[in-house]
Write a protein that binds this ligand. Structure first.
Ligand SMILES: Cc1cc2nc3c(=O)[nH]c(=O)nc-3n(C[C@H](O)[C@H](O)[C@H](O)COP(=O)(O)OP(=O)(O)OC[C@H]3O[C@@H](n4cnc5c(N)ncnc54)[C@H](O)[C@@H]3O)c2cc1C
Length: 427
């Protein structure tokens, strides 16, 4: 029996603990918070989108950084296995729009409780309010080896393997404050450039603030750098006091975020993507004919939500009090163009406090993708968001945490579990 030390009681750390314990190891898990899974608790707006029901091959395009590295991890502990794992622990699941998988209860706490019960059943020792300050690395002729850690209390804990699952630096109030990057750096690991991702974006137009709280469904966004299209997606977005957020915006941030560091980008919103410009013109013409004696500002009620109306009217350049029958064809076509291409200037990303995920992390070049073991330090493993891995929204980021946590857990210390990729795991 080996003694496995796990740093961090989030998604990756708890999953690693379960499988390291199933392997017959003595497992000690250290969490600096007063409770486990603080970030898990707030995932999916408190409902926890645990994974996605998509075909596993469709997971790779959803991963923004280093998808190939995840091949072994995803196939060793698949989305279907994650679902069975939680169902076996009594968490019934359901699939929603876009293949998003949630607990049927809509409570993230059920996921945390299930992991806690399983760790308890397997005899994992959980230490709360236990902040790990540093890793203890032994150096010998055979190279470096992880053999313990030191807590902030000064207490030294020795073990046969250490799994670092400390998360990133987004939503630091949940405990993810980047300690794992420091541990990795001290061991000689490269940590790639960090940035907030799946994060709202700021815009500079005067009308942004006035649209605060407005949610647009069934729109299509495009982001360009003036010349090239960088991103295009259909879905839902929301205006805030500083700019824009919502599913399509968050996903876009993970693709265009790096570009926004040194230049502004243009957000194009197609408010009526189901209609071609021609079809929309016919529709507008019908509305105008039905309202031909009214003022322009009062003739567009059926086209937009009320908050958007004054903005579009102003941007159209058509005087708001102009009678509809006086509007020229040229003005009408410009108005139609505006509805198909409502633009705003993106000036930057919001910070880590609002970011769903941290982009960048421990470089995966120095990690064995089949085991999550460091290539520089024996019996040192990394799992979850601390690694340079991130994906778009939809349950993919938690799948990264579960799969890498699983691999670290089954590979650290004594290895008894037999890998049966896709078909299941057995002891
Ligand atoms: C608001 C929000 C909603 C999200 N919703 C979803 C979703 O629905 N679906 C999805 O797939 N992803 C979602 N994510 C992303 C997902 O939560 C993360 O990808 C995932 O939690 C990463 O797991 P982890 O175990 O690597 O890190 P974490 O969950 O951050 O866990 C790391 C743990 O390590 C502990 N720790 C850190 N340093 C130390 C130390 N020195 N000593 C001891 N303990 C330490 C921390 O306290 C923390 O508990 C969401 C993220 C946010 C912020």
């Amino acid at each position: 029996m080996s003694r496995i030390l796990i740093v961090g009681g989030g998604a990756a750390g708890m999953m690693a603990a379960v499988f390291a314990a199933k392997n017959g190891n003595q497992v000690e898990l250290f969490e600096k918070n007063e409770k486990l899974g603080k970030k898990l608790f707030i995932t999916g707006k408190g409902r926890c989108n645990i994974t996605n029901a998509a075909d596993l091959e469709d997971f790779f395009p959803a991963v923004t950084s280093n998808p190939k590295f995840l091949y072994s991890a995803f196939y060793s502990f698949t989305n279907e296995q994650v679902i069975s794992f939680f169902e076996d622990l009594g968490v019934k699941t359901k699939v929603e729009r876009g293949g998003r998988v949630f607990p049927a209860s809509d409570h993230s706490s059920d996921v945390i409780q299930a992991l806690k019960r399983e760790m308890d059943r397997l005899g994992v020792n959980v230490y709360l309010n236990a902040e790990v300050k540093e890793l203890i690395i032994e150096e010998s002729a055979g190279g470096k080896r992880a053999n313990g850690l030191r807590l902030s209390s000064g207490r030294k804990i020795s073990g046969d393997a250490v799994i670092v699952a400390t998360g990133g630096i987004s939503y630091p109030s949940t405990g993810s404050t980047g300690d794992g990057y420091r541990f990795a750096g001290k061991c000689g690991h490269k940590v790639t450039e960090l940035s907030p991702s799946l994060v709202p974006m700021e815009v500079k137009e005067w009308y942004a603030g006035g649209l605060m709280g407005l949610s647009l469904r069934n729109i299509e966004i495009r982001i360009t750098d003036g010349k090239k299209k960088l991103y295009q997606e259909f879905g839902e977005m929301l205006f805030t006091h500083y700019g824009v957020t919502g599913p399509v915006i968050l996903s876009a941030s993970s693709i265009v975020g790096n570009r926004l560091k040194d230049k502004e980008l243009t957000l194009h919103i197609d408010l009526k993507p189901a209609l071609t410009e021609d079809q929309l013109d016919k529709r507008v013409l019908r509305d105008f004919e039905a309202n031909h004696n009214r003022q322009f500002k009062n003739a567009v009620d059926s086209l937009f939500p009320s908050k958007l109306r004054p903005v579009i009217v102003e941007l159209s350049g058509i005087p708001e009090e102009k009678k509809v029958h006086e509007i020229t064809k040229e003005e009408r076509l410009r108005f139609v163009r505006l509805i198909k291409d409502f633009t705003m200037t993106l000036t930057g990303l919001r910070g880590y406090n609002e970011a769903i995920i941290t982009k960048g992390g421990v470089s995966v070049r120095e990690i064995d993708p089949g085991s999550m073991e460091s290539r520089l330090v024996k019996e040192l493993y990394f799992a979850g968001e601390v690694l340079d891995l991130d994906a778009i929204t939809g349950g993919y980021n938690l799948q990264i945490a579960w799969s890498t946590g699983y691999l670290a857990g089954v590979n650290a210390g004594v290895k008894v579990l037999v890998h049966r990729p896709i078909s299941g795991y057995t002891v």
